[in-house]
Design a protein around this ligand. Structure first.
Ligand SMILES: Cc1cc2nc3c(=O)[nH]c(=O)nc-3n(C[C@H](O)[C@H](O)[C@H](O)COP(=O)(O)O)c2cc1C
Length: 321
């Protein structure tokens, strides 16, 4: 039997559209899934909490109706991201809704908890946990996650500082299950590279900020189009955890991106409005965005990735045969 859960079999390309705080919404998730990649969103994007019920109804109904009309090319499955941090007081209620709607994939971040995995497994969901090092990877699997997301250096939002080569190599020494790799992946060559390295899926976030469906200000989308890795700043000032952000948004907030102070980790809060406000003004982004040349629909971006991925495979075959 394949070690990759059957649910991933109908992906058009081995890509998971990663959850983006504030930005991902049902529209983006639905379009990602219809385009053939896993679509995802943080449960916390639904505000107030009761909106999650409506959003999950919308996603499941829309995808079911699409699948009924397209039995030969069904949509990819979707994922809901849970922030498993003590400051998230919605976790239990949000998980209950995931159980109610049988959300196929649960992505957990900022903490691994057995109860969340047990709840997800109660109806057969697959749980991926995101980690920035091998130690957290071990912990996540011990607590019952099925798969891992290795978040390497250069990833948008909260990110580690490990080379993707080191991280995947260390995890693959002991873990044979489904493994995603995140951090600056933004074109077909990079997707193929994640597989060459030993991972199964490319986990892609920042490029989707510059899509028509994304719930981001037009200036944010345009900044993604215009910036490169030179414009990305790694700091723990805004949430207490290190992450990558767009320098122009830091300057616009009146701060010098080259001289940011350190944060106070005891002030970490991931569920509340203060955190939402920080992310609204300070724009998260990974280093891979030079590959994003224009604002397009999510479907057009996935189409571009697929063409590049096919071309990259062909080129690799030619140079290795
Ligand atoms: C603006 C922004 C918001 C994010 N919000 C979340 C989040 O709420 N939950 C989460 O697990 N990851 C979040 N991430 C991290 C992504 O899921 C993913 O790890 C990252 O985007 C991958 O790197 P890339 O942006 O270079 O593709 C966020 C990333 C960005 C850029």
């Amino acid at each position: 039997m394949s070690r990759i859960p059957a649910i991933f079999q109908n992906l058009r390309i081995p890509v998971i559209g990663s959850p983006l705080f504030i930005i991902s919404n049902p529209k983006l998730v639905i379009e990602q899934c219809k385009a053939g990649i896993v679509g995802s969103m943080p449960a916390l994007n639904a505000r107030p909490a009761s909106q999650l019920d409506e959003w999950l109804a919308e996603i499941t109904e829309e995808l079911a109706s699409y699948n009924a009309k397209n039995p030969d090319h069904p949509a990819a499955p979707f994922a809901i991201n849970q922030i498993v941090h003590k400051s998230n007081d919605r976790l239990e209620a949000d998980m209950e809704l995931c159980v109610k709607y049988k959300v196929p994939i649960i992505i957990t971040s900022l903490g691994a908890r057995e109860e969340v995995n047990i709840a997800a497994h109660s109806y057969g969901a697959v749980v991926f946990h995101d980690v920035i090092n091998n130690r957290f990877a071990h912990k996540a699997i011990e607590k019952g996650a099925d798969g891992l997301i290795a978040v390497a250096t250069g990833a948008g939002g909260h990110a580690g500082n490990k080379s993707p080569f080191a991280l995947v190599q260390e995890i693959r020494e002991w873990f044979d299950g489904p493994l995603s790799l995140a951090g600056s992946i933004a074109n077909g060559n990079a997707i193929l590279a994640t597989q060459a390295m030993g991972a199964d899926f490319a986990y892609i976030g920042s490029p989707f900020i510059a899509t028509k469906e994304a719930r981001a200000a037009t200036e944010y989308k345009q900044t993604i189009v215009e910036c490169t890795s030179d414009d990305i700043v790694y700091s723990n000032l805004f949430t207490g955890v290190h992450g990558n952000y767009l320098a122009p948004s830091i300057r616009a907030a009146g701060l010098d991106p080259t001289a940011l102070p350190e944060s106070d980790p005891s002030k970490m809060n991931f569920g509340g409005e203060t955190n939402a406000k920080a992310w609204k003004d300070i724009w998260g982004s990974g280093q891979g965005i030079a590959a994003v040349k224009e604002i397009t629909s999510a479907a057009e971006f996935v189409e571009k990735l697929q063409k590049e991925y096919v071309a990259a495979k062909k080129k690799l075959w030619e140079v290795t045969h």
